[in-house]
Design a protein around this ligand. Structure first.
Ligand SMILES: Nc1ncnc2c1ncn2[C@@H]1O[C@H](COP(=O)(O)OP(=O)(O)O)[C@@H](O)[C@H]1O
Ligand SMILES: [Mg+2]
Length: 288
């Protein structure tokens, strides 16, 4: 105590311990808030994607109900009709031929809509293990497809997405967290594109390692910013659009996976982020 009063620039071991605990706690809070931001983004995207198919399936059900009422009218008339001509008249009045064709279309369209919703829900499930902490062999391409589905809404008006996939082995990872890294890179790429551009997602394997690249034709990153993009809270985006936490969170996820994340950028032309991950984790992680 006394020593630290005399020399305030050198904290005692206890003070150091307290400081580092505080730092750790602040770091955990940061991670938590970025997770929440990611979940919010996810929820908004999913709501948007589901809204459209659910809307037309709902309206198709209303048409189907009206068609069924017409068809019931026709079948019930079998008992009360005096002649076949009466039946033919009803059949003509309900525009039977059109109804028959449209029924088929409505059912096919509704099935397609529900299938789209099912895909989104299964993508959500892959993402929802966000608290999961277990390293397991996982298919990265499946994770990337899931992630593309989830951020589709952010990407589709900004860029054509090109998949340049190599052959990949399953890799030992926490897939929900790797998905989160890919999501951050994709959303950043879309943000960097002013009008309409291209985002290339590339995967390669060297046997012991795999690389995922997300390359965009956006504004690029200036040399002095390039050193700071992985710092927590570093953002060039207006308040409300950027938290400055995406890349710092991605960095810690990749670090935890014993991998590397790096960026290469040509201002005015675009940026390429590359994540390199080991196929197998050292003993400690794989048994965590
Ligand atoms: N693909 C990219 N193209 C250009 N700049 C980028 C790209 N990705 C990240 N950046 C820069 O890095 C900063 C930090 O990114 P990030 O940590 O995800 O935070 P945020 O997206 O909330 O700003 C961004 O504000 C932006 O300036
Ligand atoms: Mg970001």
């Amino acid at each position: 105590m006394k020593a630290s009063l005399m020399n305030p620039s050198r904290p005692s071991p206890q003070e150091q311990q307290a400081l580092s605990e505080k730092l750790e706690q602040a770091n955990r809070q940061l991670m938590q808030s970025e997770k929440l931001a990611a979940i919010g983004q996810l929820a908004a995207g999913v709501a948007h994607e589901i809204n459209n198919p659910v809307g037309y399936v709902y309206s198709n059900l209303q048409s189907l109900e009206a068609y069924l009422n017409d068809l019931f009218r026709l079948t019930e008339a079998v008992d009360s009709a005096q002649s076949l001509d009466d039946l033919r008249l009803i059949k003509h009045n309900i525009d039977y031929d059109y109804l028959r064709e449209d029924l088929k279309d409505l059912l096919a369209e509704s099935r397609e809509g529900i299938e789209r919703v099912k895909v989104i829900i299964s993508a959500m499930k892959d993402f929802s293990h966000i608290e999961e902490d277990e390293f397991k062999p996982a298919d990265l391409h499946r994770g990337i497809e899931t992630t593309l589905n989830v951020v589709n809404n952010e990407l589709k008006y900004k860029a054509e997405v090109i998949r340049d996939f190599g052959e990949l082995p399953e890799i030992e990872c926490i897939i929900s967290q790797v998905n989160q890294v890919v999501m951050n890179l994709l959303v950043n790429a879309a943000h960097a594109i002013e009008d309409y551009g291209r985002i290339t997602v590339r995967t390669r394997s060297t046997g012991h390692q795999v690389a995922i690249e997300v390359e965009d034709t956006g504004t690029g990153i200036s040399r002095e910013h390039l050193n700071r993009i992985f710092d927590p809270f570093f953002t060039t985006k207006p308040i409300g659009k950027g938290t400055g936490l995406g890349l710092s969170l991605s960095f810690s996820i990749v670090e935890k996976h014993n991998g590397r994340i790096e960026a290469d950028s040509q201002p005015g032309q675009g940026t390429c982020f590359r994540v390199t991950l080991p196929v197998r984790q050292p003993e400690k992680n794989s048994h965590e």
